[in-house]
Write a protein that binds this ligand. Structure first.
Ligand SMILES: Nc1ncnc2c1ncn2[C@@H]1O[C@H](COP(=O)(O)OP(=O)(O)OP(=O)(O)O)[C@@H](O)[C@H]1O
Length: 266
C-alpha cells in the first residue's frame, strides 16, 4: 500500500541557517503521528514542506502519493485537512456564518463560498455535526461560539473535505481543561482506514489513544521517530526538550513531570 507520507533527507535552509537538517520519516497506512519539539525546533517548517508551502533545499518528499515537483499542489492540498490556530486570522470572515455553513464550506476548501449545495452534501454536513455532537451550533453564528467550539467546528469543517491526511497544529492551544478534552474526544474519533492524523502539540498529555507514533524534533533534526511506547521515554524527551523530564502513563495517557535532579523541591 502507498505511504501516506515519505520524507527523505529533507534539508531546508533559509538565510544561511539550516532550519531542517536531514529529515527522513515515513507514515504508513494505519499510523497516526504526533510531532513534538520545543519552540523553534522546526515543526511548522516541516508542516510547510509537507503542504508544499516551502520547497526543500535538498531531499525528496511524497505526500499521499504525490511526489513534489511532479504534481499539482492545489490538487494534493484538497486531500489534506489543515487546522491551525493560525487560522484565527479568518475569524473576521467566519463571524457571521452559522456552524452548518462553516462545515459545508469545507467541501469547497474555501471560506464563505457556498455554491449549489446538493441534498447529499447537506446531509453529509448534518451527519458530521451530529457525529461530533455539534448540533447545537448548526444555526448559531461563529461569533457566538466559545474558543473550544470554534476549534471543534473547524475540525469538522476539515473533515467535510474527507481528507486522507488531517494536520492539526496545536488545536488545543489556549483552551481550558474541559474544552481541551472536548476537542480531544473529536480527535480520538478521527482515525479511519483512509484517514491519517499529524498532530502537533507542546503537551504530551494530548496524545490520546488515537496516536500510535511520535516524531521528536530538536534544532531541525530528528531525535527519534517510532511507536509511541518506544519514543515517549524520559531520556528521549529530556533530550528533545533540553530539560530533564520523566514520563508516566495514567489511563494510557502520557504525562510529563520535571525531573528535579538537584532536589531543589526538598
Ligand atoms: N522563512 C524563514 N526564514 C528564516 N528563518 C525561519 C523561517 N521560518 C522559520 N524560521 C526559523 O526556523 C526555526 C524553526 O521555526 P518553526 O516555526 O518551524 O518552529 P516550530 O517548531 O514550529 O516552533 P513553535 O513551537 O514556536 O511554533 C526558527 O528558528 C525560526 O525562526
Amino acid at each position: 500500500m502507498e505511504k501516506v507520507l515519505s520524507l527523505s533527507n529533507i534539508i531546508w535552509r533559509r538565510n544561511g541557517d539550516t532550519i531542517l537538517d536531514n529529515i527522513s520519516f515515513e507514515v504508513n497506512p494505519g499510523e497516526q503521528w504526533a510531532v513534538l519539539g520545543l519552540n523553534g525546533a522546526g515543526k511548522t517548517s516541516l508542516l510547510d514542506i509537507i503542504m508544499g508551502y516551502n520547497y526543500p533545499t535538498a531531499g525528496s518528499a511524497s505526500v499521499i502519493g504525490t511526489e513534489f515537483g511532479r504534481a499539482s499542489l492545489p490538487e494534493m492540498r484538497k486531500r489534506i485537512g489543515y487546522v491551525s490556530s493560525s487560522l484565527d486570522k479568518f475569524h473576521e470572515t467566519l463571524n457571521r456564518e452559522t456552524g452548518l455553513n462553516i462545515i459545508l464550506s469545507g467541501k469547497f476548501s474555501s471560506f464563505g463560498i457556498y455554491r449549489d449545495i446538493d441534498e447529499e452534501t447537506k446531509k453529509h454536513a448534518e451527519q458530521l455535526l451530529n457525529d461530533l455532537n455539534l448540533n447545537h451550533l448548526a444555526d448559531r453564528t461563529y461569533n457566538t461560539f466559545s474558543q473550544g467550539e470554534r476549534r471543534r467546528i473547524l475540525i469538522g469543517r476539515a473533515l467535510m473535505g474527507q481528507p486522507e491526511l488531517l494536520i492539526l497544529d496545536e488545536p488545543c492551544s489556549g483552551l481550558d481543561i474541559r474544552a481541551r478534552e472536548d476537542v480531544l474526544k473529536i480527535v480520538n474519533r478521527i482515525p479511519e482506514e483512509e484517514r491519517h492524523l499529524l498532530y502537533v502539540t507542546h503537551h504530551i498529555e494530548e496524545l490520546t489513544g488515537a496516536i500510535t507514533h511520535v516524531l521528536l524534533i530538536k534544532d531541525g533534526r530528528i531525535v527519534a521517530a517510532g511507536p509511541k511506547g518506544e519514543v515517549l521515554t524520559g531520556s528521549l524527551l529530556s533530550d528533545t526538550y533540553k530539560t530533564p523530564v520523566k514520563v508516566y502513563f495514567e489511563n494510557e495517557r502520557p504525562w510529563l513531570v520535571i525531573d528535579d535532579v538537584e532536589g531543589n523541591n526538598e
